[in-house]
Each structure stands twice: as C-alpha cells, then as structure tokens.
Design a protein around this ligand. Structure first.
Ligand code: KE4
Length: 426
C-alpha cells in the first residue's frame, strides 16, 4: 500500500481530501484509498501492483468489464478525428436512437455530462412544463449533488452523515418534500398537503445509494397512478439501473413507465456522460424548441458517444443479461449460505447484477432500516476482503456490480474470501 499512501499524501496537497469525489476517500472504512494504476476485464491493479477482483465497476458503468477491446479501439479511432467539436454529430444521433429504441418511455433524449446534470435538468424541465415548484424525493435516494436534491440523500452524503450539505441555502430546499422509500401513504399525505403545487416525483426505481433496495410490490404502480391523478411528472432516476438490470432498464423490468428518465454511467461506457429523456410533449419544452434552458459545452462529446454506442451494441449482441443474472444469482446465493454458516447477522438484496450485503438482520426496505446496519462490521468485512484481493465499494451504502468479464474463477475466489470476511465482520 506504500505507493497509494505516497500518492494520497501528494494528492492532498492539491485536491480537497485527495480525491475528486468524496466516496473514493475511504472515510467510511478508514485507511488509505487505493490509487489505481490500471484495469482490465474484471480486474483492477493499484499503484503497488496489487491485483483485485473489482465489484465497484467505477460505481456502475463498467458492465462489460474494464478496457473492453472493442470499446478501446473505437475510442482510439474516434480520438484521431478530434476530441470535441461543439457541433452536432452523427454519433449523438446513433446513441440517442439506441436509447429511444431500448427505453420504452423515452421518445426524445438530451445528452449531458453527468448523472447530476441529467437529474438537475429533468427537475427544471418538469417544473417548467407543469409551472409548479415542489418536488417529492425519497429518503436515501441519491440523485447527484444539485442543491435542491441534497436532502436526506444517499451514497456519499449518508456516508458522511451530511444529508443536508452546508452551502445549500434553506430556500433552495424549501420546495423539496421527503417521503420514506416504498411508502405510498406519505406520498399521498404530501400531495394532499400541497395541492396543485407538486411538479414531479423523482426516485431510483431500484435504490442503489443506500445499499440496494428494490421497490416493493405496487410501489411504482401506485406512484404512476398518483401522478396521473394530479398531472405530476414521474421521473425515474435510472443513472445506475439504466441498461444495468435489463436492456429496457428498471422501467422495462417492472412494466411501469415514467414521464422522464435520467441516465448515466453505462451509456457512456466509462466516459463522462449523462442523459435525460421522455415524453415528446415534455421534452419539446427544452431549448431551443421550448423555453426551458439547458446546455453543455461537451454534451454529446464524440468520445463519450463512441464508448456508449459500443457498450450498448455489445450489450444488445450478447446474451448479456441472462449471463449476468446467472453469475450474480449464483454468487449471492452462495454468499448468503456462507454468511449464515458464519452466523453473521446480514441481509442480502439483489436485482440482476447489482447487489448488496447489509450488516443487519433486516429486512431492509428503506433508509431507516438500511441505517440500522452495523457499519463497523461492514468496515471489518471490507478490509478482510481487500486483503484477499476483492475490491468492493468502501461503504455500506453503495451497490456491488458484476460485469460480463467476471469469470467462474473470480466467483470461486470471492466465495473463498467471504468465509474469512464474514467471520472478521462478527
Ligand atoms: P454523477 O453526477 O455522479 O455522474 O451521477 C449522480 C447520480 C445520479 N443518480 C444516481 C442514482 C446515482 O447513483 C448517481 C451517482 N452515483 C454515485 C455512486 N452511488 C457516484 C459515485 C460518486 O459520487 O463518486
């Protein structure tokens, strides 16, 4: 770990906390974050030459595995044609058409540069379209770091115990209403208490930022019905779940259609990207057609488009989701048996190739039950796995991801490491 320590000290001279995103700082688990040298397939190597099986997958994008040859070659070729024009290209049309073809509710889509930007823009669009101001979000769901949504947010905000970040003026969150995830009754109460004032309801259809918490039976359908009754825009933040849990994402898996969808991560194949799309009637309100302004110098960047197109084409060609389902189901089923044998109080959640081990007996159905997890036990578990060459997210409140590059050998090595890790957690 010596070179990671050296780089970390050096990084802190120039970068706040030595990282460009807080969750990377290992604050929830202590110790020095790994500085990564390279990655290939299911493996990642730190600057000290240690090899790990990677279940972070850059927090979701690397569903093919790292440095897939087809993506690498395509991006190399694209670079030779220039890296940014600030003008429309055929590549943007190709990626947009793939997204429209795959995501059932999306008729028009706008590319941006991050998930945060996608969600921030979708909220503004919903407000512009409805001429209403209030937003309902769910405790523990994380939608990026735009001011109005950093309230009881998940992911790093939970890890840091700063769900309401300093620097966000009170009147920026005055219009943000909160409900527990999976709780329709509170949503109904908020709608009664704010008649005709709610522009949109936004959620992760499968929460991936308080660990992984699936929507319960009837929850998404109930939200769809309530939004129809009050003409509220339903927004699915599928930045994680988009192309992760199926070709048509969570909305296809559950058969509930939102009005707007936010995407990111996988659609950029590891390059900076975000997108938001949905009903033509709503999307047409966006400049330059409508009055809702949204823009970006590098939006639709040719390199990110190229990486995204190759990634989606490969997902479409291979029996990707069947393979991911089988591999992840086996891993998680066996892991649960090992935890039970070790007597470690845990509960497991999984949808497709996104999964989580909570260090609490469960059931985990929302932010409150997720936060009952023993984060000290998780810390011991994390380090016991890392020392055996298994790299998972350095926080209880994140998701684990499998890729198409993970092999049976990776699974066997991981299961073997879990025996010690679950005992260490106790
Ligand atoms: P970005 O701005 O980080 O590209 O996307 C924000 C975002 C929006 N919506 C959902 C559902 C998300 O999960 C995210 C970002 N996810 C976190 C990990 N849980 C990114 C990791 C980080 O913050 O470094």
């Amino acid at each position: 770990m010596k070179d990671s320590e050296r780089f970390f000290q050096e990084a802190k001279r120039y970068i706040p906390g030595g990282v460009n995103s807080p969750v990377r700082a290992f604050r929830a688990v202590g110790g020095t974050p790994l500085f990564i040298q390279r990655a290939q397939g299911s493996k990642i190597w730190d600057v000290d030459g240690n090899e790990y099986i990677d279940y972070v997958a850059s927090w979701g994008p690397m569903i093919l595995g790292h440095a897939h040859p087809r993506v690498v070659v395509a991006v190399q070729r694209a670079t030779e044609k220039g890296t940014s024009y600030g003008a429309p290209t055929a590549l943007e049309v190709e990626l947009a058409s793939l997204i429209v073809e795959a995501i059932p509710s999306v008729e028009l889509v706008r590319m941006v540069n991050s998930g945060t930007e996608a969600v921030m823009s979708a909220i503004r669009l919903a407000r512009g379209y409805t001429k209403r101001d209030k937003v309902i979000k769910f405790e523990g769901c994380y939608h990026g770091h735009s001011d109005g949504l950093l309230v009881q947010a998940g992911s790093g905000a939970t890890t840091f115990g700063i769900p309401d970040s300093p620097g966000v003026p009170d009147d920026y969150v005055r219009n943000t209403l909160l409900a527990p995830f999976n709780d329709l009754e509170v949503v109904k109460y908020l709608m009664r208490a704010n008649p005709g004032q709610i522009a949109c309801i936004i959620l992760e259809p499968i929460a991936g930022n308080m660990g992984v918490i699936p929507s319960q039976e009837g929850f998404l359908e109930g939200l769809r019905r309530l939004c129809d009754e009050e003409e509220i825009v339903l927004i699915f933040d599928e930045v994680i779940t988009g192309f992760r849990v199926g070709w048509s994402s969570a909305q296809g898996l559950y058969g509930v259609m939102p009005d707007l969808t936010c995407l990111g991560k996988i659609i950029g194949g590891g390059l900076p990207v975000g997108a938001f799309g949905g009903k033509r009637e709503i999307m047409q309100e966006l400049a330059p057609v409508g009055g809702v302004y949204q823009a970006g110098t590098l939006s639709g960047n040719p390199l990110a488009m190229t990486a995204g197109i190759e990634t989606l084409k490969l997902l479409k060609e291979e029996e990707a989701y069947q393979s991911l389902e089988e591999k992840t189901s086996y891993l998680c089923t066996e892991a649960e048996k090992i935890a039970r044998t070790a007597g470690t109080p845990t509960s497991f959640t999984r949808v497709g190739s996104m999964f989580c081990t909570f260090f609490t007996p469960g059931p985990v159905v929302d932010y409150a039950t997720a936060k009952r997890s023993d984060t000290e036990a998780f810390r011991r578990y994390f380090w016991a796995l890392l020392e055996q060459g298994i790299y998972i997210a350095p926080s209880q409140f994140e998701a684990g991801f499998l890729s198409l590059a993970h092999t049976d050998g990776d699974t066997e090595k991981t299961l073997s490491a879990l025996h010690h890790a679950f005992q260490a957690a106790c």
